[in-house]
Ligand binder design. Structure first.
Ligand code: NAP
Length: 262
């Protein structure tokens, strides 16, 4: 079994990394940062997002596990004092694989090839300044003309992140859906949007057509990019999934409880 460890740059995370590496090496695992079977992150959910994007091209061959060095996280649900059990569980293959849905975003721009992104939490679309104006199509039919700060499209596992702050629902990750939430829409006698989060089933699509020609910001999880001349954004659930190695009996609702209530 080949492993890689991705670590946040604080002292505690670095110390746990050294200890975990020693345990893995003693147990006969080999470190391979290029083609790991398992990626352990030490830090927070943000560290796991970072690792996901580093290994996004080999998702079918790599499983993720997260150790949280702050409070318990959503993706990172192991605590530092549990690392010996974690190392032995991984070395002896005592884990099951859980897979979670991802969203594929395709961005089209004037005079450029479309760019594709895979999303673990969410993709947001807004303007660098001013009010975003976009026509929103569901299943290729015009649904609404949105005016406001922006729009967020999230995965079920991302539903506990930005989506939740925007008033979106928490979705169990076995439900293969994507959720569209508004950021401060303008609703008056001239402009009108649905005003509530929309949850779309697998195989349905969202298309955004910007109607103003300004600089746009596209965020993909923790990455932020500034773009000009965006003509269209398409969202759908990807055929690819992310794999998590689960070694203990923590259910999705345990993790939601531990992240937000306990
Ligand atoms: P950050 O601004 O440093 O962290 C944002 C917070 O979101 C952290 O507390 C992070 O947990 C938590 N988080 C990330 N994924 C989560 C998930 N799936 N469920 C529950 N909480 C989650 O940025 P970052 O660490 O690079 O993470 C980027 C994420 O921040 C984005 O994907 C977006 O979801 C989130 N975000 C949220 C808001 C908001 O709620 N208003 C605004 C912008 C971005 P850890 O502390 O464990 O890392």
């Amino acid at each position: 079994m080949k492993y890689a460890i991705r670590t946040r740059h604080d002292l505690m995370s670095q110390e746990i990394r050294n200890h975990l590496k020693e345990r893995f090496d003693t147990l006969g695992l080999s470190e391979d940062n290029t083609e790991p079977d398992i990626v352990v992150t030490i830090g927070g959910d943000g560290t796991l997002l970072d690792a996901f994007h580093q290994y996004v091209d080999r998702l079918d061959m790599t499983a993720f596990v997260g150790i949280h060095t702050g409070h318990l996280g959503f993706y990172a649900d192991w605590l530092p004092h549990e690392i010996n059990a974690l190392a032995e569980g991984i070395a002896h293959g005592k884990y099951s694989i859980e897979t979670y849905p991802l969203i594929e975003v395709r961005m089209s721009k004037l005079n450029a090839e479309p760019q594709k992104y895979l999303v673990l939490n969410e993709a947001t679309f807004r303007l660098a300044s001013g009010t975003l104006a976009v026509d929103v199509y569901l299943q290729n039919e015009l649904f609404e003309c949105f005016r406001g700060d922006g729009l967020c499209v999230s995965t079920p596992t991302g539903s506990t992140a930005y989506n939740r702050s925007l008033g979106g629902a928490i979705i169990h990750p076995t439900i293969e859906v994507m959720q569209l939430t508004e950021m401060a829409s303008i609703n008056n006698r001239v402009f009108r949007t649905i005003g509530s989060p929309l949850i779309l089933p697998k195989d349905q699509t969202i298309k955004l057509i910007p109607t103003g020609a300004k600089k746009c910001i596209l965020t993909i999880d923790h990455h932020t990019e500034l773009h000009e001349d965006v003509t269209r954004l398409d969202y759908e659930l990807s055929g690819k999934k992310v794999q998590f190695a689960r070694l203990k009996a923590s259910t999705f609702w345990n993790r939601v409880h531990n992240s937000f209530i306990n």
